[in-house]
Design a protein around this ligand. Structure first.
Ligand SMILES: [Zn+2]
Length: 263
């Protein structure tokens, strides 16, 4: 499932293919043909492509949720999916970039982006070089009664962490998924956020997502989707649990990830 690492990688690939090039064709609502691709950026799981046109710059926003994927081809290359499934296509002389079944596609001016219900509210982008750790910690601390699991997934708190990175991060830091933010001291909270950042950044170059850096490709994750299988550290069977008002599950090791002493 796309998380911040996937979209960061997508932005890198699209930037190399499209940045600075004139758009010769597009299947988007507002016209960008004749404009130039000015920037390709990711913020968490959101991808933003800015076009310079005659008037105001316009920005194409895509968000993949559970499915959807950008592709890059040479103009004469056969696509790996049915062209009828492309909701956006950006054409330049050198490359064609279609986006396959994205759930969110919006073309907006800079002014419209400022009024967008999601983008201006996003928390600091965890994978970014310029990640603002202090602001991320401040936003976590503003929700003392919240469980760390759901707080990490809230894109207004931190941008880019999805369920798999969350689960693996909590295992690596030996954090019980139901721990309230208030029960962390500053060093612990910082360690959790930096562990998530480290995982996202280690996975930003593509390939299967991994949190265990071992040769056996069946052992790339510690807990994610490993319910009933033995923990690689202690042999206890991995368990799964739920959070109120959150459909995404927490996979965890009941021995390595215990409730805080005070709880
Ligand atoms: Zn364990």
């Amino acid at each position: 499932m796309p998380e911040g690492d996937t979209i960061f990688r997508t932005a890198t690939v699209l930037r190399r293919a499209l940045a600075g090039r004139v758009v010769t064709g597009s299947a988007a609502r507002r016209k960008v043909v004749g404009g130039t691709v000015k920037a390709v950026e990711s913020n968490g799981k959101h991808l933003l492509i800015t076009f310079t046109t005659d008037g105001e710059d316009v920005v194409l926003h895509t968000h993949m949720r559970m499915q959807g994927q950008w592709h890059v081809y040479r103009p004469d290359q056969r696509w790996w999916f049915a062209p009828s499934k492309a909701r956006v296509v950006i054409r330049t002389d050198e490359y064609v970039a279609p986006c396959e079944t994205p759930p969110v596609v919006e073309l907006m001016t800079a002014r419209e982006i400022a009024l967008h219900p999601v983008i201006p509210e996003l928390g600091p982008d965890v994978i970014a070089d310029a990640f603002d750790l202090d602001e991320g910690l401040r936003r976590l601390r503003a929700q003392p009664d919240r469980e760390i699991s759901t707080a990490l997934l809230d894109q207004r708190t931190l941008s880019g962490i999805g369920n798999e990175i969350k689960n693996e991060t909590l295992f690596l830091t030996h954090t019980w998924p139901w721990t309230k933010i208030a029960d962390f001291d500053d060093a612990e909270l910082r360690r959790v956020v930096l562990a998530a950042r480290d995982l996202l950044r280690r996975n930003r170059d593509g390939g299967p997502r991994r949190s265990r850096f071992v040769l056996d490709r069946r052992q790339l994750r510690s807990v994610q989707e490993r319910r009933g299988l033995p923990c690689y550290e202690c042999g206890t069977l991995i368990d799964v649990g739920f959070h109120p008002n959150e459909f995404r599950k927490s996979y965890f090791c009941p021995k390595c990830q215990q409730p805080p002493q005070s709880a």
